[in-house]
Every structure is written in C-alpha cells, then in structure tokens.
Design a protein around this ligand. Structure first.
Ligand SMILES: NC(=O)c1ccc[n+]([C@@H]2O[C@H](COP(=O)([O-])OP(=O)(O)OC[C@H]3O[C@@H](n4cnc5c(N)ncnc54)[C@H](OP(=O)(O)O)[C@@H]3O)[C@@H](O)[C@H]2O)c1
Length: 328
C-alpha cells in the first residue's frame, strides 16, 4: 500500500516539474498541462454552499489492491453530517491514506473554512499532497490576488500551493493585471502552476498572452453527457494546447443517475451489459479523452465507492460513440 501510494506521488511530481519550468526565449508555446497521471487520484475539497461532500476523479488509477474512494469533497462544516470527526480533516486524511494525492479547494468555499480543514488534513504530509486552491473573481485586482493567495496559504498552513486557479473570469478587471499578480506569485514560489476555471477560449488566450513566463495548465469547466457545450471549442483548444480540462458537474448534478428517456435507455443497456452503473459509464465516457479529468461530487459513501470504480476499465469505441450520439 505504501509503495503504491509512493508510486502515485512519483507520477504526480514528475510532469509538474516540467509544467513549472519557465519558457525559454524563442521556445514554442506549448503549455504543459497537469497531465492526466497527475490527477490520477484527486481529492476535491470544495464546499460550495449548495454542495455536499465527495469525490473526485479517476484516470490512470493505479491498482492499490483495495477498494477505495477516489477522493473526498469537503463540505462547509455547517453542512456536514454531524459526526465527531466533522471538521477535523479526518476524512481527508483517510483519502490520503488510501493513496489520493491532490486536494482542490477555494478561498470561497465555506468562506475559508474548507482551506482550514484541508490544513488539518495535510498536517505532517505536505510533501505527498498536490494542493490546489482558487482565487475569487472579486479579488482579481493585483494587490487582492496577492493578499488572497497569502491568506489561502496561511489557512492551508503551507508555504506553496501546487496549483492556483482563477475561479471565474472577471471582465471588470483587466486580465493582464490579474495575470501579473499570478506571475508574481509563481516567481516568488508561492504557487507552482497557474490554472483557470469557467474561461472561454478567448479568455484563456487573453490570459495566456498576458504572461510570457508561465503556462496556464488547466481549465475547470462544466462537462457531462448532458452538457456538451465545451466540445465546440474549449475542449479542442485545450487538447491542442495541452491544457487539462477539469470537468465539474460530470453527472449533471445527479440528473444522469436519475434521468429517463431514450438516451438513458442506451446508457442503461451499456451499463447492464458491462456490469457497471450509469454513473460509472458516464464518468468513463468523459475520461476517454486524455485531456479530461472529472470531479463528481458525492456525499453518500456508496456513491464515492461507486465513482471510484469508474476508471479502471475502458468503454469500447462502439459504446463510446453510441453514447456520444445518444446524448448529442
Ligand atoms: N469551478 C466551478 O465554477 C464549479 C461550478 C459548479 C460545480 N463545481 C464543482 O463540481 C463538482 C461536481 O459538480 P456537482 O456537484 O454540481 O454535480 P455532479 O458531481 O455532477 O453531481 C452530484 C450529484 O450526483 C450524485 N451522485 C454522485 N455520484 C453518484 C452515483 N454514483 N450514483 C448516483 N448519484 C450520484 C450526488 O449525490 P450525493 O451527494 O447524495 O452522493 C449529487 O446529488 C462539485 O464539487 C462542484 O463544487 C465547480
């Protein structure tokens, strides 16, 4: 188990050393994404106001020899089931014990609570965690970004975040100003990689053009069998540029497990034949694209375990295309 966990860390670290490498003069512009292997085991510590806890992701899942959840998405403390361990980070620590290596949170989640809980969870094991957080759009002014990052670092109890993401675009503040602050954070080694969320292609391009020394490595956007808009341009662009798509609401906020109608008959037929559940097939469909990682949210333990098993197998090309058409 320890060896497997170490293996995961090795996978995670190797590509990131590349990703953080500043471009050389004249070097072609090929952003290095968080490679899929990096996200093989992800813990999403979100805590969105309407959200619940749980999970995460899936690709390239190493065989740990045990059934295990892929991740845990942290709820705001007040929304968490009242257990003696609530808020102590115990659940996150369990995830780490099981080999999960990436924790994703945001300053906005639980008004900073989420980051504090993450801090307790990673105590004594910082080196084996890939830590990501996000700055809120209302803090995109230069000094605000710097202050937000410092406050996040303080709440997280770390000296550096592995990935720092712009949570949504903010047209009210020039992206050049925001990116200047992100660059400063990277140059000061307070963050290792820069990511965005909910950015269009144009916004990604504008953000990238605003920095000559660092790459945008990821864009967290909505993507599921029921929400395919990113296929028009964001997905192809990210594939071409080597930017990782972090797919949020990959189960369409529970509509996929509950849905009825013709496309769902195809999904059920495939799931039944493969001995999988709808959710597992729907997540596996997303993961067919090497540029995509998924962050399903689940409060219920059985959902976490179920989603954890969405990746150690592969849909056939035929089933993949049938689903693509059925849900088009
Ligand atoms: N970056 C952004 O701007 C942004 C925006 C929106 C969302 N997100 C993040 O994306 C993540 C996921 O999105 P989401 O919560 O909107 O939707 P989702 O993950 O597509 O769906 C969550 C719903 O699906 C249910 N579920 C999960 N696994 C299941 C399974 N195996 N079988 C049956 N039902 C299952 C969950 O139930 P239980 O909870 O009862 O287990 C929950 O009701 C969240 O962490 C969210 O914070 C990010």
């Amino acid at each position: 188990m320890d060896a497997c966990f170490q293996g995961v860390q090795d996978m995670a670290r190797r590509p990131l050393r590349e990703a953080e490498r500043p471009k050389q003069d004249g070097e072609a512009h090929h952003p290095l994404a968080l490679p899929v292997a990096t996200d093989a085991l992800r813990i999403v510590a979100e805590g969105a106001p309407a959200g619940g806890a749980a999970v995460a992701h899936s690709r390239g899942l190493p065989d740990l020899g045990v059934d295990h959840p892929l991740g845990h998405r942290l709820m705001p403390l007040e929304q968490r089931a009242p257990t003696p361990t609530a808020g102590t980070g115990t659940t996150l620590r369990l995830g780490l014990d099981l080999g999960m290596s990436l924790i994703d949170t945001a300053e906005m989640y639980g008004a900073g609570h989420s980051e504090e809980v993450v801090s307790r969870a990673i105590e004594g094991r910082r080196d084996s965690v890939f830590l990501a957080s996000k700055v809120s759009p209302s803090h995109f002014a230069y000094e605000d970004v710097l202050r937000s990052a410092r406050l996040s670092l303080k709440r997280l109890g770390v000296k550096q975040m592995d990935l720092y993401q712009l949570h949504w675009p903010n047209p009210g503040i020039p992206i050049s100003e925001t990116m200047r602050a992100m660059e400063k954070l990277a140059n000061d080694s307070l963050i290792r990689n820069i990511g965005v969320s909910n950015f269009s292609v144009q916004q990604m391009q504008e953000a990238q053009s605003a920095t000559s020394t660092h790459e945008i490595v990821s864009n967290q956007v909505e993507y599921s069998l029921l929400e395919r808009s990113i296929e028009a341009d964001i997905l192809p662009y990210c594939e071409k540029e080597g930017i990782t798509v972090i797919a949020y609401s990959p189960l369409a906020q529970g509509k996929i497990p509950r849905g009825t109608g013709e496309p769902f008959r195809a999904l059920d037929e495939i799931a039944g034949r493969l001995g999988k559940t709808r959710s597992q097939v729907a997540l596996n469909w997303l993961l067919q694209d090497d540029s995509v990682v998924v962050i399903p949210k689940a409060i219920r333990k059985e959902h976490i375990w179920e989603n954890a098993q969405a990746s150690s197998w592969k849909l056939s090309r035929e089933d993949y295309e049938r689903l693509s058409k059925a849900f088009a």
